[in-house]
Design a protein around this ligand. Structure first.
Ligand SMILES: [Zn+2]
Length: 327
């Protein structure tokens, strides 16, 4: 029987992933709680033998605004909608709370936890499909993401998650040229294609699909991961772990659906890729941690019964290299 794989990626961004949508002043407690939740997530991962990739916004590596200023890319994104630019936002918010924007001590903690990979979520939460930006600017952004990770922690970043899941063939090619080996693609369903062109119907289907299957099977064979036309390792997302927000019967149903999908992946010898944002645990923290624990317990059962394994994006890339070297 083929081994099935459970992989997790986390888009670690704090306010850099949300500044265009939420005023920072209203969100301070949320980020403070999220910061406290991260060591608890790491403890759960360790207890259940879980590997994960923390796709981290490069700006979070800085320890202060002063250090942030030392790491500005050679070229800023020229989005038509200037509200999307982290640099534009920063220029007007230099007095903002650093705890919502910088987290090198948490990155260090993740690095020191077993089985955890620091990946990239670009330097400035870059949107590759937004109007007005140019690919040379995306390249400059990735170079800075690599530089700050290397200089601060000696890391060589290998895995990437595109902010807001926006990508195209050209942006993937640039990632590859800049030395990334793996990325998280989007599910194959029509309601996940081109997330930058979202509409109500897509949103309704994406939400409905968290409760009952409305699209394709969410797990996929490992061969597909290694044979992506892009030449990169593509680990499409299976499911966004939507956060617990308020008491509702849907919370339980969403977790049930994730466990059903995991079981299907285990039985079919396929890959299941779960993802979320650590800041999602900033509200209803204990409920979110409890649900995560239920999912990880379920993984343990599948590990025992079907030999399902936990891999992060980097260790899967390494597995691929070893297989290639032998064949
Ligand atoms: Zn993001």
């Amino acid at each position: 029987m083929r081994n099935s794989i459970f992989t997790i990626s986390l888009d670690f961004e704090l306010h850099w992933g949300r500044f265009d949508k939420f005023p920072l002043a209203a969100e301070r407690d949320y980020y403070q709680n999220a910061r406290l939740a991260i060591p608890k997530i790491l403890e759960l991962f360790e207890a259940f033998g879980i590997e994960a990739t923390w796709a981290t916004v490069g700006m979070l590596f800085a320890e202060s605004w002063d250090e942030w200023k030392d790491y500005l890319p050679s070229d800023f994104p020229t989005y038509t909608n200037t509200n999307l630019s982290a640099f534009e936002w920063a220029a007007n918010n230099m007095n903002a709370d650093p705890k919502s924007l910088f987290a090198p001590e948490l990155i260090k903690r993740i690095i020191n936890s077993p089985g955890q990979e620091i990946g990239s979520h670009t330097f400035s939460h870059y949107y590759t499909q937004e109007e007005g930006q140019e690919l040379s600017q995306f390249r400059a952004d990735l170079k800075m993401a690599k530089k700050i990770a290397k200089e601060k922690f000696g890391l060589c970043l290998s895995s990437l998650v595109f902010p807001r899941n926006q990508y195209g063939p050209e942006s993937i090619a640039i990632c590859k040229e800049e030395g990334f080996e793996a990325f998280r693609g989007n599910p194959s369903d029509w309601f996940w294609r081109a997330p930058e062109k979202s509409n109500l119907l897509k949103k309704v289907f994406r939400t409905g699909d968290t409760l009952y299957a409305l699209g394709n099977r969410t797990s996929y064979p490992l061969e597909q991961v290694f044979n992506d036309p892009s030449g990169m390792i593509n680990l499409p997302a299976s499911r966004l772990l939507r956060p617990y927000r308020q008491p509702s019967i849907f919370n339980q149903r969403r977790i049930q659906r994730i466990m059903e999908e995991m079981t299907l992946a285990a039985k079919n010898g396929e890959v299941y890729h779960l993802w979320w944002h650590p800041h999602n645990f900033g509200a209803y923290t204990s409920e979110n941690l409890s649900f995560l624990k239920v999912i990880l317990q379920h993984f343990k059962g599948l590990e025992e019964q079907y030999g399902m394994q936990s891999y992060n994006m980097l260790s899967l890339s390494g597995t691929h290299k070893k297989v290639k070297a032998v064949s």
